[in-house]
Design a protein around this ligand. Structure first.
Ligand SMILES: C[S@@+](CC[C@H](N)C(=O)[O-])C[C@H]1O[C@@H](n2cnc3c(N)ncnc32)[C@H](O)[C@@H]1O
Length: 297
């Protein structure tokens, strides 16, 4: 159950979801047609000592052959990778990875000279990440700056304190985040991003439909995914389902241009078919939208 101001580390509550998606990224990285190659994902899982996610790494086919497959993580990773690469190509030199978790893009992508990448997440999550990467001797390929703050608090102040410049265009990602925020915090997130975004900024996020039947998803998890190790993760207990604005609509009203893609559109775009077995999760995955938005220069 979530509470106001709750905190976590990498093996508890919402922190565990970051470890979990890192494990799936590690599994996807091993697929023959992988859409992401994240060499750091498995390191995080190993360092966490968490038995559930390590079980996934040790038996990658367990997840790859499951009704979920790993392509959703491949599609999602590539979608956000492309956002950053396109912005960098267009000359943007400031990136903010909101709710960075174990996202290793600062180490993984070929950033241009002068790129500054801010990573926002809770302190213990960033601390774990920093330690693992330092132990591995990994060096970021950009000027990486940690912003250890809760997104329900005044995160813009913390971001600016680390050197963020609202006067230059920024590329923002909020990947795998929105459901974990209360409605008011999600609405505030977009309002603040809008305020901090100079013309020429861009943004991407993944958005689940607000009328998702989480009980149905929990039942599906219990019935059809019972062979998959989910460990202590109960997504239904971690997400907020209260009212919130539709991000695409809200951003459009603020003058951003927006486009949304369904997973099947990304599958076609990146030539990685969705497995037929994904269908039972249609309500959750097919109703999801990958939103891209740009603030006209
Ligand atoms: C599912 S993970 C996604 C991590 C990363 N974006 C990725 O896709 O690999 C969700 C992340 O959101 C972060 N998060 C959720 N609510 C937050 C909050 N209120 N403040 C800071 N971080 C938060 C968690 O700590 C976690 O790292």
């Amino acid at each position: 159950m979530r509470t106001e101001g709750d905190t976590w580390d990498i093996v508890s509550s919402v922190g565990m979801t970051a470890l979990f998606v890192a494990a799936i990224r590690a599994v996807e990285s091993k697929q023959p047609d992988a859409l992401v190659h994240d060499e750091f994902a498995a390191l995080f899982v190993a360092a966490s000592g968490d038995p559930t996610t390590n079980q996934l790494i040790d038996n990658p086919q367990l997840w790859a052959d499951s009704p979920l497959g790993t392509e959703f993580m491949g599609l999602r990773s590539k979608f956000f990778d492309n956002l950053f690469l396109a912005a960098a190509e267009a000359g943007v030199r400031q990136a903010v990875i909101v709710a960075a978790g174990l996202d290793a893009r600062a180490y993984r992508l070929d950033w241009p000279q002068g790129m500054v990448v801010y990573e926002i997440d809770q302190p213990k999550v960033l601390e774990f990440k920093r330690q693992v990467l330092a132990d591995a001797g990994a060096a970021p390929k950009a000027d990486r700056r940690e912003v250890a703050v809760d997104l329900r608090e005044n995160w813009p102040a913390a971001l600016i304190e680390e050197g963020f410049d609202p006067a230059v265009p920024t590329v923002w990602s909020a990947e795998g985040l929105l459901g974990y925020l209360p409605g008011a915090a999600q609405d505030a997130l977009f309002a603040r991003i809008d305020q901090l975004s100079a013309p020429g900024s861009s943004l991407a996020c993944d958005v689940f439909d607000t009328d998702l039947d989480y009980q149905q998803i929990a039942d599906f998890q219990a019935e059809q995914l019972r062979d998959l190790p989910f460990g202590k993760i109960d997504f239904v207990d971690l997400v907020y389902t209260d009212d919130r604005s539709d991000p695409a609509e809200w951003l459009t009203n603020q003058g951003w241009t927006t486009t949304s893609a369904r997973p099947e559109e990304l599958a076609e775009r990146y030539d990685r078919p969705l497995t037929a077995a994904l269908q039972p999760m249609a309500q959750m995955f097919n109703n999801m939208r990958y939103l891209s938005a740009a603030k006209p220069a």
